[in-house]
Design a protein around this ligand. Sequence first.
Ligand code: NAP
Length: 264
Amino acid sequence: MAATILVTGGTGILGRQVVARLRDAGQSVRVLSRHGGPAGDGVEYVAGDLQTGEGAAAAVDGVTTIVHCAGTQKGDGDKARHLVAAAKDAGVRHIVFISVVGADTIPVVSGIDRGAFAYFESKHDAERVIEASGIPWTTLRATQFYELTLLTAKAMAKLPVIPVPSGFNFQPVDSGEVADRLVELALGDPQGFVSDVAGPTVYSMKDLIRSYVAAAGLRRLFLPVPMPGRAARAIRDGANIAPARAVGRRTWEEFLATQSLVQA
Ligand SMILES: NC(=O)c1ccc[n+]([C@@H]2O[C@H](COP(=O)([O-])OP(=O)(O)OC[C@H]3O[C@@H](n4cnc5c(N)ncnc54)[C@H](OP(=O)(O)O)[C@@H]3O)[C@@H](O)[C@H]2O)c1
């Protein structure tokens, strides 16, 4: 009987694909999230909140490897702290963490930076907690998933005139391909930081949103907006993309063709 692998955030966009792949690989899988999950799919669901640490000890009991996918827009450092504390007590031997391209290179130093880009600071904080945990670890940084890109485009396209930060580029990636890589890492030995994963194409933010607008049959105007602050400057300089790591195969256009484009 294989040891149990814990997938935190195993009900989310990425996490549920990690869970499915681990199950397909014959692994015994437990999921930790705040709201639990569907019974009867061969996966054990534990309800807990990593922001407070509630339920973490039960979730890590008997676990050798953790794939840490639980995350929100902020506070991921604290989530990692609670997870690591419980994991140390339980004798976990490998934590695999999903972070974001730019976590270490987008400076979040001012109120202006924090207003829009606190997410990168939070992921960087979590990276450092895992690095310093004393538990062998592997961290993978990925660019934005297509699902998030679509959500953003839909939200922005609610406006008749869409403000688009000037000079921002994105290189979104298929979350299933990120899940493939995380599972490969979880079934291997700890490696520390591994090479980033990014999608096959770099787009200007305007082109990305425009492609959604066109596919949804909408008509919108675009307004370029200069974004202040150091974080925005780093993004204009490409800190959130990884053209040398364009390893994703599925394209944004292929993804869009499979999606409901109706605005929520
Ligand atoms: N989306 C992207 O473009 C992207 C890109 C690079 C890296 N990442 C990272 O990849 C990870 C997964 O992203 P995703 O898009 O799949 O996110 P998601 O769909 O929002 O899923 C987040 C998961 O985390 C769980 N969760 C949230 N807060 C929690 C808490 N306090 N305690 C326990 N579980 C909690 C959620 O379940 P409950 O709500 O039930 O708790 C859910 O299962 C995140 O760490 C994110 O930062 C995402």
